[in-house]
Design a protein around this ligand. Structure first.
Ligand code: SF4
Length: 309
């Protein structure tokens, strides 16, 4: 902007630097899913995923195509979940609000299409970066920002109780998802060691509080793992956990991570569990695994590079 004084340009540059992320690599799946490995201004790397759906019809907008973005909220993650490549990498730093929002703009540019949905399910625990995440949610939702409906924006936590309680106070209708993965405390401790101090009974109280305040259904993510959390007792524990909550169970198929000890349950188990829950009035679906032929699990593309470089 040569029409403004040099001194003002310097102030602008210092106060409002424009540092969009740089794409290190893009992988495209046969189903159209694109995974981006991004370098931030300080050289840190994160992953972002764009998931197009051509044939779906969005009931609210009537649109025939959706574009969902899965964003990261931290560089690395401190939660150390046993099934997650990012968890094995450890925590580096929180992302700033602009670094979170930039991921959505970057995917919109790449597909040359409006983003319809955003899920905070990439690298990092959103509620451990609460302030930056909430600001990003507001920008995504704002009519002068990306104008994405609050109900189209989902924040997924591994169960940070204070974060859930705080999120309950937000006036917008943002969607809450919880990575549950087991309703048996000892098994959950093994899968998600850093939330062992956020026990299931207190977690459930926080979820009830959220539901009272937000009047929104909660989504539980549940990775069905062969011989670990897919037995009769596990099912009973899950049903008990759901009692008194308006919730929806999203069963996930484990993406293979090199060296991982857990394997996905059989397709038959997925069907049986879905039926059993529905019989008890709990809605359950299996999320289609998108981008399975690229480095699908969160953190895998980045780790592949770190191993190679
Ligand atoms: S699953 Fe999410 S919370 Fe757990 S280690 Fe991976 S990025 Fe962190």
């Amino acid at each position: 902007m040569t029409n403004i004084p040099q001194s003002l340009r310097e102030v602008l540059q210092n106060r409002y630097p424009l540092n969009p992320p740089r794409i290190i690599e893009t992988q495209e799946s046969s189903d159209g899913t694109r995974k981006f490995l991004l370098e931030l201004s300080d050289g840190a790397w994160i992953e972002t995923v764009g998931i197009p759906e051509e044939k779906s019809e969005d009931k609210e907008s009537g649109a025939h195509s959706r574009l969902s973005v899965c964003v990261s909220t931290q560089v690395g993650c401190a939660m150390g979940c046993a099934f997650c490549a990012t968890g094995q990498e450890g925590f580096t730093r929180n992302l700033t609000t602009d670094e979170i929002v930039d991921q959505v703009y970057l995917v919109a540019d790449s597909f040359n299409r409006r983003v319809s949905n955003v899920v905070f399910m990439g690298q990092g625990e959103p509620f451990l970066n609460y302030v930056a995440v909430i600001k990003a949610l507001h920008i995504l939702n704002d009519p002068q920002g990306l104008a994405i409906g609050a109900r189209k924006i989902t924040v997924s936590t591994c169960g940070i109780i204070a974060g859930i309680r705080r999120f309950s106070q937000e006036p917008e209708q943002f969607v809450l998802a919880l990575s549950l993965h087991s309703a048996v405390q000892e098994k959950r401790n093994l899968l998600m060691p850093q939330v062992r101090n956020q026990p299931l009974n207190q977690l459930k109280d926080a979820l009830k509080y959220y539901q009272e305040k937000a009047k929104r259904r909660i989504t539980f993510e549940y990775l069905l793992l062969d011989g670990f959390n897919d037995g009769e007792d596990d099912l009973m524990a899950l049903l008990e956990f759901c009692q008194g909550l308006l919730c929806h169970i999203n069963f996930l198929r484990l993406n293979k991570v090199p060296g991982a000890v857990y394997q996905a349950s059989s397709p038959q188990t997925f069907k049986e569990w879905t039926k059993a829950l529905e019989k008890q009035g709990v809605e359950a679906t299996t999320r289609l695994s998108r981008g399975a032929d690229i480095s699908g699990a969160c953190g895998q593309l980045k780790n592949t590079h770190l191993l190679i470089d």
